[in-house]
Design a protein around this ligand. Structure first.
Ligand SMILES: [Zn+2]
Length: 178
């Protein structure tokens, strides 16, 4: 079995435990909570809900890289951390919000340590595209936001060319993505 499959089983088991302690089933069908392990970037996990035709669809997202490389911390801390957020959403009467004291108590009850942040070194999400231009032999890089403004003719950009001096970057100079 893959690590992700094992991890999802542990999340389900912890949800069942949370249900026993906080009686979540009174308000939601916990089997309908969506569990996904494809999160990228610096966040170890995320909990939330979408509102669809008046009812809440809860979800739990976990970082794929963290599951692969930091299994112990993900299992011992992140699962309870994110489920504590779910408990807080389902049970507003507990008055747990964000990472306040009442949220910490829920996390601790679920076997966590009440910590707000993790210490796993995760790879930042991939940065936005960089576009390259060849302005009379001079390579110019441009971020995606500036590039889009230029393409839409909302903004013009100039560079200081070593021979030609101040030169406007034009789409005809475009050579592609970095
Ligand atoms: Zn949190």
């Amino acid at each position: 079995m893959s690590k992700v499959t094992n991890f999802k089983d542990l999340v389900r088991a912890k949800l069942a435990e949370a249900d026993e302690v906080f009686n979540l089933s009174k308000d939601v069908d916990i089997s309908s909570i969506d569990i996904d392990c494809t999160l990228k970037g610096k966040c170890a996990g995320r909990a939330g809900y979408k509102t669809e035709s008046g009812s809440r669809q809860y979800y739990l997202r976990f970082n794929r890289e963290a599951i692969e490389l930091h299994w112990d911390e993900m299992v011992s801390k992140t699962i309870s951390h994110e489920i504590a957020h779910i408990v807080a959403y389902i049970k507003p009467e507990l008055r747990a919000k964000n990472h306040n004291r009442r949220w910490q108590l829920i996390d601790i009850k679920l076997g966590g340590d009440g910590s707000r942040t993790h210490s796993m070194g995760l790879t930042p999400a991939r940065k936005m595209k960089t576009h390259m231009f060849n302005v009379d032999g001079m390579i110019v890089e441009m971020g995606h936001i500036r590039y889009t403004r230029m393409i839409k003719a909302e903004q013009t950009y100039f560079v200081k060319h070593p021979i030609k001096g101040r030169t406007m970057v034009m789409y005809s100079h475009y050579v592609g993505l970095k």
